[in-house]
Design a binder for this molecule. Structure first.
Ligand code: HEM
Length: 428
């Protein structure tokens, strides 16, 4: 299985227009950069010569005050609040345990089904886990409406921004408004409670911040951040995992090595039914290579935008103040100078490459610089835990589908239908 993007496309674009060129692709003058050095430079210049930018229609969907409009200490403080729940410390102490139960239950609920539509099933599983740690959401407490409204939001996300009844954009806005109403109700309810719980979800973190004399952020910003976090958590990770499972199902050798890594973890334990420890998670080297390779090829975030805040000279080009630069991660990830046979799924290549933990010039699946994805540790842990339970307990059988397209986000036009077969009935 090759990348849905094909390195050829980027080669053709580069040959025809050069590594940096001007276009009007989204109805606005912008500079497209296929050059890894320029991309790296621009991302490192956040809050200096550039700042993050999104098209107006997308900004509208993120809300008037949102994290993309936060700079300096407000941005830093907002990220710190998010990291109190989704940073490595809480992942190690609390979420690792929680995720395992949720993943195990979810996989066993798929067992008797003749066909599982993988991407939405993964989205729903991750939504359940993430929403619990954002707003204490339990499916039984709030009805499935929250999920339905997020889904409506997602469906119209890349639609033409015509906001009147019947259009996809209108439904998307309605979905967002309904979710925001629920989030506000949950926040108001929580603010009435006097005591601070021992284990805080993101709403508790917000409440304790808003109760301070000089809160780091406003209620409106907090609610918009919450909205983005819930959405970003399930949509991106489920796409990445679906792509990983497709690549693995097409590469039996890689799947076998992954199974062996996880089998060894079980064998080293005194009790094979014990939970994954943080040390075991950190020892999953091949799993980490599979995740890097899948995200390199899948390009879940296919474009990143930045706006120049001053004239910038780079590599003989001038980027004028006010212009938008469109960074294309696929051009970086499919660059044959860095990655041999760039379109092939080859997790072993990562044995010789350094781990791109905080983003690097050649790996920007999670961005880089000040705007590096704040959920990357959560996403990597979620993917690893899922792969562990999957390969130690089940065989994944492809029923149908699995094609991937780029349009402009990663899509699965005919879905990806799979079936689970228990490996060893005694292991349950
Ligand atoms: C495979 C999964 C994921 C991928 C590929 C991904 C990708 C990205 C990328 C590329 C950016 C940078 C955007 C830019 O620079 O313009 C970003 C930022 C962000 N991501 Fe993720 N993400 C993932 C998972 C998550 C999760 C699980 C969460 C939440 C728990 C999350 C929350 C965010 C937030 C809030 C930002 C904005 C950070 C800021 O502006 O400082 N992401 N993500």
């Amino acid at each position: 299985m090759e990348s849905p993007f094909g390195s050829l496309l980027y080669k053709m674009l580069e040959k025809r227009y050069g590594p940096i060129f001007k276009t009007n692709l989204i109805g606005k003058d912008l500079i497209v950069s296929l050059d890894p050095d320029v991309n790296h430079y621009v991302l490192q210049q956040e809050e200096k010569a550039f700042h993050i930018w999104f098209p107006d229609s997308f900004m509208k969907l993120l809300g008037e005050e949102n994290i993309a409009r936060c700079y300096g200490s407000l941005h830093k403080n907002t990220r710190n609040l998010i990291r109190r729940v989704f940073g490595p410390e809480n992942l190690r102490l609390v979420l690792l345990h929680d995720m395992q139960g949720a993943v195990d239950r979810c996989l066993s609920s798929w067992r008797d089904s003749p066909s599982i539509e993988l991407k939405p099933a993964l989205s729903s599983m991750i939504f359940g886990i993430a929403a619990k740690w954002m707003i204490g959401y339990e499916a039984s407490v709030l009805s499935g409406d929250l999920w339905k409204n997020f889904d409506a939001f997602n469906q119209g996300l890349l639609s033409f921004p015509l906001n009147f009844p019947g259009t996809a954009f209108y439904k998307c806005m309605q979905g967002r408004n309904n979710v925001m109403k629920t989030l506000k109700e949950v926040l108001d309810e929580r603010r009435k409670k006097a005591e601070t719980p021992e284990r805080m979800d993101f709403i508790d973190v917000i409440v304790s911040e808003l109760n301070k004399q000089n809160p780091a952020l406003s209620e409106n910003l907090a609610l918009n951040v919450l909205f983005l976090l819930i959405f970003a958590s399930f949509e991106t990770t489920s796409s990445g995992l679906t792509a990983a499972l497709k690549f693995l199902s097409d590469n039996p050798k890689a799947l076998k090595e992954l199974e062996e890594e996880h089998q060894k973890i079980l064998e080293r334990r005194a009790d094979p039914h014990a939970e994954i420890t943080w040390e075991e998670y950190k020892s999953m080297k091949f799993t980490s290579h599979v995740i890097n390779e899948s995200l390199r090829l899948a390009n879940v975030a296919p474009v990143l935008f930045r706006k120049a805040t001053q004239d910038v000279q780079i590599k003989g080009y001038t980027i004028p103040e006010g212009w938008i630069v469109m960074i294309c991660p696929p051009a970086v990830h499919l660059n044959p100078t860095t990655y041999e046979e760039p379109s092939s799924f080859n997790p072993w290549r990562w044995k010789d490459l350094s781990e791109p933990i905080g983003g690097s010039k050649d790996f920007i699946a999670f961005g880089s610089g000040l705007r590096l994805c704040v959920g990357l540790d959560f996403a990597r842990l979620q993917m690893s835990v899922f792969l562990h339970f999957l390969v130690t307990k089940y065989r994944l059988k492809v029923v149908s589908g699995g094609d991937m397209v780029f349009g402009p986000g990663l899509g699965f036009p005919n879905g990806f239908q799979v079936q689970l077969e228990l490996k060893n009935k005694l292991s349950l």
